[in-house]
Design a protein around this ligand. Structure first.
Ligand code: PGA
Length: 241
């Protein structure tokens, strides 16, 4: 089974629109990540799709103005959480913060969706695998002593230059990086059962090219997930594989 995650980012503007979008996109096989503010209402609107958050904070509770903990997300029925999205890293989130968030999510029983990916400049300098390896190793640093049972874990390869650019990576390039991610995870002593997925300018027209690759376990979809016909089509395509 392939995973399709809809990352709504900071959309839509109102709760009313969020409920409508959730109802129109509510198919099984889809995981929806709305803004924090709409999680509860979206949860109530969904019968089939599952719920993700777009971020979390690593502390359990306390004086952390504006932050949201893993426990709070769980209490709303959230099952997955995106961690280390490049749009958050661009706002100052460091590898160390990402590592604490991955650990907090895992400790609370939320499934982390760890985002990794290189910038256009890093890519042009041939640093893709180096950057992805660094991000992955540091994000998993704190998990090392932790897990005994197999932990569901999702790594999303999202090259920065492909996000929101209408310029997706080629499936061949994605497969190469995903193989590198898998090899790295295998070498770590962690007992993870990783899904490795791709994100960056995916839509209903190009989804098939990615999903047909057996190395690609699913897709993280941004812009196209705001259009129910597109995201439902992507889920339909994913069910073929
Ligand atoms: P995009 O975003 O599909 O709009 O490129 C993907 C993401 O940032 O998760």
């Amino acid at each position: 089974m392939k995973l399709i995650i809809a990352n709504w980012k900071m959309n839509p503007e109102t709760e009313f629109e969020a409920i409508n979008l959730a109802k129109a996109s509510d198919v099984s096989g889809l995981i929806i990540a709305p803004p924090f503010l709409f999680l509860e209402e979206v949860k109530h609107s969904l019968k089939n799709a599952k719920l993700a958050a777009q971020d979390l904070f690593w502390e359990k509770l306390g004086a952390y103005t504006g932050e949201v903990s893993a426990e709070e997300l769980k209490s709303l029925g959230v099952e997955y959480v995106i961690v280390g999205h490049s749009e958050r890293r661009a706002l100052g989130e460091t590898d160390e913060m990402v590592a604490k968030k991955v650990k907090a999510a895992s400790d609370a029983g939320l499934i982390p969706v760890l985002c990794v990916g290189e910038s256009a400049v890093e890519r042009a300098s041939g640093l893709t695998e180096e950057v992805v390896t660094r991000q992955l190793l540091s994000a998993l640093e704190l998990l090392k002593s932790l897990i005994s049972n197999s932990l569901p874990f999702i790594v999303a390869y999202e090259p920065l230059w492909a996000i929101g650019s209408h310029n997706p990576a080629t499936p061949q390039d994605v497969v190469k990086v995903l193989q590198c991610i898998r090899t790295l995870l295998k070498h770590l002593t962690l007992d993870l059962s990783p899904f490795v997925i791709y994100g960056g300018s995916v839509d209903a027209l190009n989804a098939h090219d990615f999903l047909k690759e057996k190395e690609i376990d699913g897709l993280l979809v941004g812009g196209a997930s705001l259009k129910p016909d597109q995201i439902i089509r992507i889920v339909e395509i994913s069910s073929l594989f």
